[in-house]
Design a protein around this ligand. Structure first.
Ligand code: ZN
Ligand code: ZN
Length: 344
């Protein structure tokens, strides 16, 4: 099969013909229909993720059609499926208590196992996968498994956002836009933060109540002014110290910081502990979403309660993924890129 392989950090992915994946006993092989290009991939591509090395195939935001099913697979050949990026084992205490996104035996294709920057991907533990609704395009569905599920879990299960609250969203990439659209659906007021005015304008057009340009404004001060005292919830979607500090500093007393952005490198950061202490903030880490929550999320999207199509900006080829990763070194365009052509 054709795959985009990491051969050197910060270098174009190498388009190679590699061996087709073996079908796991407890899972399936998907012919990949679409795979999102994510900032987590960028962290791997620059050498900031221990599980991305020479020979890795990235890609954790995928959907596709089953072409082979193992003896113990739940799904069958021909099924069109979306995967949450964390594939819980299903058997451990975490999985059995509904927290499969914290499973210690979880497998994440793209980080440690071959991912979906390829024509085919092996998916073990296929009980995590759900059927792709007929009304949903593969390109849109590909973004759900990581961005949308992560934002949904962060807002509802971690921060417990309530109608009328102010939610600050730091970074308007895939996760940030998802958080904006979902928080608005929950009845919250949303202030978005970015360094690219075009992305802020895009977010305002999608329903953000206010926008702060971090390139020209003091973010915590601007948010405290807009929200008249600070946001109740603040979501950090980049994984860097500057936005993490802006997030804790923009919160109101007893506010909740939700940390969504994957910290780069060893994760060490200088954080304003005085803000956390003095305002008695809660600091939540969050990663992914347990797969059992997928059907309810999908049904809201299918019913039209929330329109996620504005998240998707452009469809690219497999070899075009390198340019998307490279672009993340600087300010990026609004919306996200999804690979939908694996032939070149
Ligand atoms: Zn992702
Ligand atoms: Zn488990």
């Amino acid at each position: 099969m054709r795959a985009a392989v990491v051969r050197g950090f910060n270098e174009d992915l190498s388009i190679e013909t590699v061996r087709d994946p073996d079908c796991p006993e407890n899972g399936v092989v998907l012919e990949v229909a679409a795979c999102g290009v994510c900032r987590s991939d960028f962290h791997g591509w620059v050498g900031g993720h221990p599980k991305v090395t020479n020979g890795s195939i990235m890609g954790h935001e995928y959907c596709g059609t089953v072409v082979e099913a193992g003896a113990q697979a739940k799904h069958k050949v021909g099924d069109k499926l979306i995967a949450p990026f964390i594939l819980g084992c299903g058997d451990c205490p975490a999985c059995q208590t509904g927290a499969s996104n914290t499973c210690e035996s979880a497998i994440v294709p793209g980080f440690g196992a071959p991912g979906a920057y390829a024509e085919f991907v092996a998916v073990p533990f296929d009980h995590n996968l759900v059927h792709l609704p007929q009304t949903m395009s593969p390109a849109l569905a590909a973004g759900l498994g990581c961005r949308v599920t992560t934002a949904w879990h962060a807002l509802t299960d971690r921060a417990n956002v309530r109608a009328g609250e102010w939610v600050a969203v730091h970074g308007t990439g895939g996760i940030g836009l998802s958080a904006l659209l979902l928080a608005k659906m929950l009845g919250a007021q949303v202030v978005v933060v970015d360094v690219v005015q075009e992305k802020l304008d895009h977010a305002l057009a999608l329903g953000a109540d206010a926008a702060v340009n971090a390139a020209t404004q003091d973010v915590p001060e601007a948010i405290r002014e807009i929200t008249k005292g600070g946001a109740q919830v603040s979501l950090e979607a980049l994984g860097i110290a500057q936005t993490t500090n802006a997030s804790v500093e923009c919160l109101a007393t007893l506010g909740r910081h939700v940390h969504v952005g994957m910290p780069a490198g060893d994760g060490m950061m200088e954080i304003n502990m005085r803000a956390i202490y003095a305002k008695q903030l809660a600091f939540y880490g969050t990663r992914g979403m347990p797969s059992w929550k997928y059907p309810s999320l999908l049904s809201m999207i299918e019913r039209g309660d929330v329109d996620l199509t504005p998240m998707l900006d452009r469809e690219v080829t497999l070899s075009g993924a390198s340019a998307e990763l490279r672009a993340m070194k600087g300010p990026t365009r609004p919306g996200t890129a999804v690979i939908t052509d694996f032939s070149r």
